[in-house]
Design a protein around this ligand. Structure first.
Ligand SMILES: Cc1ncc(COP(=O)(O)O)c(C=O)c1O
Length: 412
């Protein structure tokens, strides 16, 4: 028990540094960056009325968006908007309860069946965010005596799930199958193994070696979990993601997807054999103790999914545009990381150069996210392409990037 030595105002006599808020008042990193004019976070976007494809509004300006994960360009698609609007009219604006109790709609059940079919699994369960899906699955599914073998570059939601889990966690060097094999070999025979990877890595945009992962993991009886947040909609014959693209979708045990990227909404899902989904439905705390997704968000995903299936040309266009951009950037001497997805990362070694570059691009009407270490292994200008981009957009991006990087004297 702690005995308070403070008075009724909460002030401890003779001590100014006993306040839990003290660290917040001393937290000056954002304001330090703001004072240099290079702070690039929490930029405010307005409505999209009058904006063309690939554009967003910032204040009075229309800005060309190369920092969005709306990979199929569906956020403003009339059919997606109409589906969300109709759902609001029919179901209201919220569910006001958890799926377990009073928050399950017929729309949730229908969409879960469609998602399970998309990724060739028996069943699916939706979470209110993709973050919750990862966190809530890893933490619920693993126990003391299990081991989670994770790629080094996992998203924070997976890392949080691993931290919350009582299982032992081991990390192997990013996409390094030799190191992965050593991690498997080092597991005691009685440990149950759970392998966790992303299909497309979110910052560098590279594809996981899922064939190697599965080939090595299966003889150990390991289960394999793949986060397809950046793969769904972008890769695979039907847009099911990296595992489909690599021909191993049926062999992956659990597929996670998010609605906040290609599927133009918010939320996430986990798909697996039915027993796993039923287990999660009753044990995953973010699922059990959080309100379910509102009808409008669910209906938007349903409509986006239909478009994704019916219009593979969106995905083909997106991948062509991204490849064209990679080629043109390389031809101009920029250091582009290898890849074949919608994410086109350019290495800009110096952190300050990267921030200055992003700010200068924004001044010219182009929005791109800077990714600073340790969020990625190197400082990156993370360009993300969408199906809404055209060759004309690429021309503008390339000429502006050349102009501002020359003006700032940034080394290539
Ligand atoms: C790889 C990966 N997994 C999970 C998430 C979380 O998804 P959501 O935005 O739906 O919470 C993200 C989001 O950025 C991500 O990049």
């Amino acid at each position: 028990m702690r005995i308070s030595t403070g008075d009724i105002t909460g002030k401890k006599k003779g001590s100014a540094s006993n306040d839990i808020f003290e660290k917040c008042r001393n937290f000056t990193r954002p304001s330090d960056l703001q004072s240099t004019g290079l702070y690039m976070y929490f930029e405010v976007f307005g409505d999209r009325e009058g904006c063309g494809p690939g554009e967003v509004r910032m204040g009075r300006r229309k800005v060309l968006m190369f920092g969005s994960n709306d990979y199929l360009g569906l956020i403003t698609h009339p059919k997606v908007i109409e589906a969300a609007a109709q759902a609001v009219h029919k179901y209201g604006t919220g569910c006001s309860g958890s799926r377990l109790l009073n928050g399950t709609l017929d729309l949730h059940v229908k969409l879960e069946a469609e998602l399970a079919a998309l990724v060739h699994k028996e069943a699916a369960i939706m979470f209110s965010t993709g973050f919750q899906g990862n966190y809530g699955t890893l933490s619920a599914l693993t126990e003391k005596g299990d081991v989670m073998i994770c790629d080094h570059n996992l998203h924070a939601s997976l890392v949080e799930g691993a931290l919350r889990s009582p299982a032992r966690t081991v990390r192997f060097r990013h996409n390094d199958m030799e190191h992965f094999e050593r991690c498997l070999e080092n597991c005691p025979p009685d440990e149950k193994i759970f392998v966790v990877s992303e299909g497309v890595f979110s910052m560098e945009g590279d594809i996981a070696d899922l064939r190697g992962t599965l080939r090595l993991a299966k003889p150990y009886g390991a289960r394999v979990y793949v986060d397809e947040a950046h793969g769904i909609g972008v890769l695979g014959a039907t847009g099911a993601g990296a595992a489909e693209h690599l021909g191993v979708l049926d062999d992956v045990d659990i597929v996670m997807g998010t609605f906040s990227k290609s599927l133009a909404s918010v939320g996430g899902f986990i798909a697996a054999e039915r027993s796993v989904v039923e287990y999660l439905k009753h044990t995953s705390r973010p699922f059990v103790f959080s309100a379910s997704l509102p009808a409008a968000s669910v209906a938007a995903v349903g409509a986006a999914l239909q478009i994704m299936k019916k219009e593979p040309e969106r995905r083909q266009h997106l991948l062509r545009i991204a490849q064209l951009l990679r080629d043109e950037l390389r031809a101009r001497g920029f250091a582009v990381l290898p890849g074949e997805t919608a994410i086109v990362p350019v290495v800009i070694q110096d952190e300050l150069d990267l921030c200055r570059l992003c700010k200068a691009l924004l001044d010219e009407g182009i929005y791109i996210n800077p990714v600073l270490r340790p969020a990625a292994a190197q400082n990156l200008l993370r360009i993300s392409c969408t199906a809404a981009h055209t060759e004309k957009h690429l021309d503008r991006l390339l000429s502006t990037l050349e102009k501002v990087s020359n003006a700032l004297g940034i080394e290539r």
